[in-house]
Design a protein around this ligand. Structure first.
Ligand SMILES: NC(=O)c1ccc[n+]([C@@H]2O[C@H](COP(=O)([O-])OP(=O)(O)OC[C@H]3O[C@@H](n4cnc5c(N)ncnc54)[C@H](O)[C@@H]3O)[C@@H](O)[C@H]2O)c1
Length: 420
């Protein structure tokens, strides 16, 4: 693909994008180390990569790392509302064809994915599995070129596992999301902090004293509930999984069914990866002035069509805040059109956590290039040595050293003879 093949908002934003990409790189020492090695070793020489990721400053640092490793890279957005237009412009200046415009409609979003696929990739990098599913449905002819791919998020991994189970997946995928150095930090601390950031930027609300309902106590929910509690909110957790509900209760949160929480909550945040979590029966009993936001991957967690049906009018009251006036007079505020609020209204995760997620991405892609002949058309975990290495490098960058097992301890921990 020619570097002139791109579709972005405004190339004149490139200067600002470059500065912000540089700023993020300060917090990405692990990716920097990998980039320096890739520059010398060129593991992606002759390899074409199509990447469908949130177009943020951190993604730009990953893209530059892959490019310096010899890859021919094309980028598109993994969400219509998550693109940072200045970053997209800077990427084009860095000669990475980028197809992404913040607030693009769904047709343009999919057109951009198809454009990214037109480069005939050997590797795919996905966040949510829209690129992989488009490749498998609309551009099956290109699958023969693909050695493998990676998937960044929980929802994408869930989709791809279903795909593999149905024997439809035609090449191996590494589930980057499932690396410990990804979900324990990115999903928990990254989503926790950036979701609060997005809602704060959109609304400027005071969190202290608010009743915050967190739907889903997975890794994202853990981080979000913890951060909202730290800001003085009274956090209520809604779950369907008994173990996670129990964990939330013992972490000190009130656990309620959504039908009860709906009557008392001030702010509702969905992070489940599920559909219609906040549904018509809940919207019908929300308090006047309730705020609804989502930080799960797709904009299906809040039943927006039901909200629209219950409403007599809708107006945009400030950036990323739509006021729905219901027929019974109550007002409900929906943030960021129900799309992931941390990327729609803020800048997404801090670079320091993306450092680990994208180190896993870069190293997993290198692993595929070296090992694709031994991989089946399945969803694989990130190899453990990569995960552990990312943790060690991150600790090193934080100037933290840890102890090592002694020979005696290693022996003890792998034997059964010694007891009371
Ligand atoms: N905003 C971001 O930047 C960002 C970052 C990482 C992940 N994500 C997305 O966030 C979502 C959650 O990710 P995760 O890693 O926390 O997943 P997870 O699987 O660890 O947790 C999801 C939780 O939601 C619960 N759940 C499912 N349906 C529910 C329902 N109807 N009501 C209440 N709870 C329900 C599940 O039982 C589970 O405990 C996914 O869509 C993921 O792709 C977003």
């Amino acid at each position: 693909m020619k570097t002139s093949d791109y579709d972005i908002k405004d190339i004149s934003l490139a200067g600002m994008g470059r500065q912000r990409i540089e700023w993020a790189s300060r917090e990405m020492p692990v990716v920097k180390l990998i980039r320096e090695r890739f520059e010398k070793e060129k593991p992606f020489k002759g390899i074409r990569i199509s990447a469908c990721l949130h177009v943020t400053t951190e993604t730009a640092n990953l893209a530059l790392t892959l490019k310096d490793g010899g890859a021919d890279l094309v980028l598109c957005a993994s969400n219509p509302l998550s693109t940072q237009d200045d970053v997209a412009a800077a990427l084009v200046e860095y000669e990475i064809p980028t197809n992404a415009i913040k607030a693009e409609n769904e047709d343009t979003y999919y057109q951009h994915i198809v454009t990214a696929l037109n480069s005939q990739p050997n590797l795919t990098v996905d966040d949510g599995a829209d690129l992989v599913t488009t490749l498998h449905t609309k551009r099956k002819d290109l699958i023969k070129n693909v050695l493998g791919g990676t998937e960044e998020t929980t929802t994408g991994v869930t989709r791809l596992r279903s795909f593999a189970k149905a024997k439809q997946l035609k090449y191996p995928i590494i589930a980057v999301n499932d690396a410990k150095t990804k979900y324990l930090f990115d999903n928990r601390y990254g989503t926790g902090q950036s979701t609060i950031d997005g809602i704060t930027r959109a609304t400027n609300i005071l969190w202290a004293g608010k009743k915050v309902v967190v739907c889903g106590y997975g890794w994202c929910g853990h981080g979000l509930a913890m951060r909202a509690k730290g800001l003085g909110s009274q956090v209520i957790v809604v779950e369907v999984d008994p173990v996670r509900a129990l964990e939330a209760a013992m972490d000190g949160f009130q656990v309620l069914p959504l039908k009860m929480a709906a009557k008392i909550g001030d702010i509702f945040i969905t992070v489940t990866g599920d559909k219609n979590v906040i549904d018509i029966q809940h919207i019908s009993i929300l308090k006047d002035g309730a705020i609804l936001a989502n930080s799960g991957h797709f904009n299906v967690e809040i039943n927006i069509p039901a909200l629209e049906n219950l409403s007599k009018s809708k107006r945009n009251i400030r950036g990323y805040v739509d006021e729905y006036k219901l027929k019974d007079g109550r007002r409900i505020f929906l943030l960021g059109e129900g799309r992931l609020i941390n990327l729609a209204a803020a800048e997404g995760h801090p670079a320091s956590v993306m450092d680990m997620s994208f180190a896993n991405q870069a190293l997993s892609l290198e692993y595929i290039v070296k090992n694709y002949r031994n991989l089946e058309n399945e969803v694989y975990p990130v190899p453990e040595y990569i995960d552990n290495n990312v943790a060690l490098l991150k600790l090193h960058s934080m100037k933290i050293t840890i102890d090592k097992l002694t020979r005696e301890q290693k022996k003890y921990l792998t034997s059964w003879q010694e007891g009371t």
